[in-house]
Design a protein around this ligand. Sequence first.
Ligand code: DON
Length: 304
Amino acid sequence: MPAQMQQILDAINTDLRDDPDRGEVASYIPELGQVDPHQFAITVATADGQIYSAGDATTRFSAQSITKVFTLAIALGRSGDQLWRRVGREPSGTAFNSIVQLEHERGRPRNPFVNAGAIVTTDEVLAGREPREALAEFLSFIRAAAEDDDIHINADVARSETAHGHRNFAHAHFLASFGNLKNDPDKVLGTYFHHCATELTTTQLARAGRFLIGADCHPRMVSLDRVRRLNALMLTCGHYDGSGEFAYRVGLPAKSGVGGGILGVVPGKASIAVWSPGLDRNGNSKLGTEAMERLAREMDWSVF
Ligand code: DON
């Protein structure tokens, strides 16, 4: 398998690197709009401890919504199933930043991966503390998962999103109006914008994702039972209104981010990180999805 895996990743990198049809880089966070779209990286971390990479696997990118998996794991660790009183577990069928369901559904977001739901999980992580303390807990979780302390938050990206994040301010205040925010909205958003602004390489992300592999994965960060639940939510909600399409094409639990990264999980076998900054119309990496689709097909990886 090792030689075969490296060959597959090299071939995917060679074929996708020069693909002219790369999607659009996110520009609603101006700092992300500056990123060169002609970049591509892929890393696989296997359950038996091997790491395989191709492309720009040492270049850092903005994790954005991929961090929602980590804050969800921390929030469940702090509050257990009480969290589900405040946020649902159903696909939304709407965009990641849509506000329409929140009024009908009385301020309980559909799932923890749409922005409103992730603002609730961030509120649970904040838990009356200062944002700096909650962010320290978040960083120590992701660093321990990756076994790499060189993972940091890009303050310029957080600042850029704070200055332009009107939708998220609307979400937070709307949640507060329904009594579904325990902390000051500005502190919750400060924490949220900063964890989203975490930067890492595909190598670091694939390593950080190993805790979701289950079975004999290392390092063990949460119980196996919870690993299954996190994977179920990634499969059904991890790509927003593109989740059904992603499950159909790739067949693996995965979480995307508007920085162009995707973290995928092959239960019992591997964690996969891909990065290409151009996005499709649902805000998910265009070439990243193609790379995952091809890797899953060639490795015969699927949860189905
Ligand atoms: O709140 C936002 O809009 C961003 N910080 C994160 C959105 C995101 O990554 C959506 N994913 N594809």
